[in-house]
Each structure stands twice: as structure tokens, then as C-alpha cells.
Ligand binder design. Structure first.
Ligand code: IPE
Ligand code: IPE
Ligand code: MG
Length: 236
């Protein structure tokens, strides 16, 4: 249980099982340096790598990263292409490390509608890590929470009664631990269609740090802040 004000415990994650991050601010990071946005996205991928390693080393059970939203298709085609190129590179380069480190990769969102070669890369990576028992790393790709809830509700309705429980089993995150903490970088304080259902009782932590400047120490800071929160779930 996530008891109130648990000290950052011996497990290193203070009862925090599942962290989700809205990785925002790549564009502003690049603009501050008078560089193209693509440079910010590229640096952002490096940070994904560092933060994923840190999460694994801390023994976090699950980390969900918002990489591309269903609304990000509104961006100019060249930026979308840059992001898809980085995604290809990330899966190709990092899959061996996940396999070697017992990381189980998951993808949430409607990834089937990405380019065919990316779908193939994803499915290969999912298959290669499916039996891993360590940290679950979920990448949100073409992800929109309202769409996910609508899909889940439709599946629940097709099977019978629609209840929170029957919806829950059809969410893309089914099988992951309950969401404990949502982090958003770059100073924005909104969820932008991310894990709306799962965040019902999650703690929220916002920082002005731009994603390319985010470090494992910031992750630790967020988890330490989480440890000081009192979660009540409507009780008293
Ligand atoms: C986050 O950085 C990355 C994605 C949304 C893919 P942004 O690209 O949104 O950066 P800002 O918000 O414009 O600074
Ligand atoms: C949310 O960031 C999506 C990702 C981080 C992938 P955005 O930059 O797209 O969000 P808004 O548009 O500022 O709400
Ligand atoms: Mg943004």
C-alpha cells in the first residue's frame, strides 16, 4: 500500500510502483539554443534512455512515457517525420539492452496505425521482451486517453455490463500496477489527454525543467515528494 508519508524506504521508490511522465519542452529547449526543434527531440531520446535506466536501477515496477499523442499528428509533417525517425532508432538501438536487463516493453495507444515498418519493429520488440519480469516500460504512441477509454468501454459493452471494472480490463495499461505518480516537465500543468482514467488517484508533480534537461535526480526528487504525500482515496 502507498501509506501516508512513508519515508523514502529501503526499496528506494517509497512504495511508488508506477510513474508516468509527460515528457514536454523539447521544442522550447531547442529554441532557447537557437537550434531546430529536432535537436531538442534528439536530446529528449537520450534522456529517455537515462531515465529508463535509472527507473530500472531503483527497482521501479513500471514507467510509462508519453512519446507521441494522438493529437501530435497536428504538427508539421517534417516534425512528425523527425519524431518517427527517432522512434525507429530508439527501438532498434535499445531493444538489446531491454532484453539484457529484464525490461518488459509495452506500448499503449493505437500503434497499429503507425508506419508498417514501425509496427513491425514494435511487435518484434514486444515479443522479445514479453517474458521479462523486471521493470515494465510502457511507451505511449499515437496515444489518446479519451480514445482508449472509448475503445475499452465499447469492448466492455460488447461483452455485457459496463462498469469501472469491466472497462479497466480493456485499457491498454491492463496488467500494469496502479498509477501512483504523474510527472510533467516544462511548466505546463495539464494532462493533455494522458492516462485520464488511470490518474484518478495518482499524485501529480510538475516541474519547470524542460525534458532535455531532466535527469535521474529529478525523478528521485519527484518520488521523494510522492513519499511525503498523504493519499486518502476519498476516505479519512
Ligand atoms: C515534447 O516536446 C515532445 C513531444 C510532444 C513529442 P514538445 O515538442 O511538445 O516541446 P514544446 O512543448 O514545444 O517545448
Ligand atoms: C503532450 O505534450 C504530448 C507528449 C508529451 C507526447 P504536448 O506538447 O503535445 O501537449 P500540449 O499540446 O502542450 O497540451
Ligand atoms: Mg509541448
Amino acid at each position: 500500500m502507498n501509506s501516508a508519508a512513508a519515508p523514502a524506504g529501503s526499496d528506494g521508490v517509497a512504495g511508488c510502483r508506477h510513474v508516468a511522465i509527460i515528457m514536454d519542452g523539447n521544442g522550447r529547449w531547442a529554441r532557447k539554443r537557437l537550434m531546430p526543434r529536432a535537436v531538442g527531440h534528439k536530446r529528449g531520446v537520450e534522456v529517455v534512455r537515462e531515465v529508463t535506466r535509472a527507473a530500472r536501477d531503483m527497482g521501479l515496477e513500471a514507467l510509462t512515457l508519453y512519446a507521441f499523442s494522438s493529437e501530435n499528428w497536428k504538427r508539421p509533417a517534417d516534425e512528425v517525420a523527425d519524431l518517427m525517425g527517432l522512434l525507429r532508432g530508439f527501438i532498434r538501438n535499445d531493444i538489446d539492452e531491454f532484453v539484457a536487463n529484464n525490461v518488459r516493453l509495452r506500448v499503449i495507444g493505437d500503434y497499429q496505425h503507425l508506419a508498417g515498418d514501425i509496427v513491425d519493429l514494435i511487435e518484434d520488440a514486444l515479443a522479445r521482451t514479453a517474458l521479462n519480469t523486471g521493470t515494465q516500460l510502457a511507451i505511449a504512441l499515437n496515444y489518446g486517453s479519451q480514445q482508449e477509454i472509448a475503445r475499452a468501454a465499447a469492448l466492455a459493452a460488447a461483452e455485457g455490463e459496463v462498469t469501472p471494472e469491466t472497462i479497466e480490463v480493456h485499457l491498454d495499461t491492463h496488467g500494469m500496477p496502479p498509477l501512483d505518480l504523474v510527472i510533467r516537465t516544462s511548466g505546463e500543468e495539464r494532462l493533455s489527454n494522458f492516462l485520464l482514467w488511470q490518474a484518478a488517484y495518482a499524485e501529480l508533480w510538475f516541474t519547470d525543467v524542460l525534458w532535455p534537461d531532466f535527469t535521474p535526480a529529478h525523478l528521485k526528487e519527484a518520488i521523494d515528494a510522492f513519499a511525503m504525500r498523504e493519499r486518502r482515496y476519498g476516505g479519512r
